[in-house]
Design a protein around this ligand. Structure first.
Ligand code: 5RP
Length: 242
């Protein structure tokens, strides 16, 4: 296992150990870090250390992993309130604003994590940044219908000035720009990644402007949602709260 994978495992395991208790409804994130939280939850259910858990996955990929581990699954349709959700992030700024959606699951992640009483973000230290923008492009989920038009409307927003929009390519929903077909999300939509060279000046304004564009389903800026960030680095694991 690479050092970075070891850090991802430490943060994922710590989140389950510290925040999941028997009887809870748990949101399961998506990505290579969230993978370890799901693994730990499966392990603790199997050993009987945790009982009476139901979980809500945020992607088909996570659903399949959870099913393979025997984790009982429900949906937001039957459980509108979660006790805790645990997920990775692509970037975390000092104000606990996140960029998410590198794995293409931002819509389901946002729906599930907004419904959680506690939202735990698990990252290795490479994800920490001074400001959102240059470290990771902002993913925006858009409808396939007239997507080129929607992309033009987005790039014309004053709050998105200077961004370079790139339609995500990939052969499956969760690929990261590595195919010659347009990537399609679990919801049948496309993703445009907004590349910035400098820090975004007004993140809340940009988030609100994007949300108002007809054709935009949602975006990967998660603000005001984080309860704690568990960050694993070479010096150990730290837990910070807003
Ligand atoms: C998926 C996400 C992931 O949480 C994010 O991309 C981080 O993934 P990883 O832990 O693999 O770096 O938002 O949509």
């Amino acid at each position: 296992m690479s050092t970075q994978d070891e850090l991802k495992k430490q943060t994922g395991y710590r989140a389950v150990d510290d925040y999941v208790r028997s009887g809870m409804v748990v949101g399961l994130g998506t990505g290579s870090t969230a993978y370890y939280a799901v693994e730990r939850l499966g392990e603790k259910l199997k050993s009987g250390e945790l009982t009476d858990i139901v979980a809500i996955p945020t992607s088909i990929r996570t659903k399949e992993q959870a099913e393979s581990l025997g984790i009982p699954l429900v949906t937001l349709d039957t459980h509108s309130k979660l006790d805790v959700a645990i997920d990775g992030a692509d970037n975390v700024d000092p104000g606990f604003n996140l960029v998410k959606g590198g794995g293409g699951a931002l819509l389901r992640e946002k729906m599930v994590e907004l419904a959680a009483d506690t939202f735990i973000v698990i990252v290795d230290e490479s994800k920490l940044c001074d400001g959102l923008g240059p470290g990771f492009p902002i993913p925006v989920e858009i409808t396939p219908f007239c997507h080129e038009h929607t992309i033009r409307v987005i790039s014309d927003l004053p709050s998105c000035a200077g961004c370079k929009p790139v339609l995500r390519m990939g052969s499956s929903s969760n690929n990261k720009c590595d195919g010659d077909e347009i990537a399609v999300t679990d919801n049948g939509n496309y993703i445009v990644d907004l590349h910035f060279t400098g820090n975004i000046k007004n993140v809340p304004k940009m988030a609100a402007d994007l949300k108002r564009v007809c054709g935009v389903v949602d975006h990967g800026i998660f603000s005001g949602m984080t309860s704690a960030v568990i960050c694993a680095g070479n010096e150990g694991v730290t837990v910070t709260t807003p």
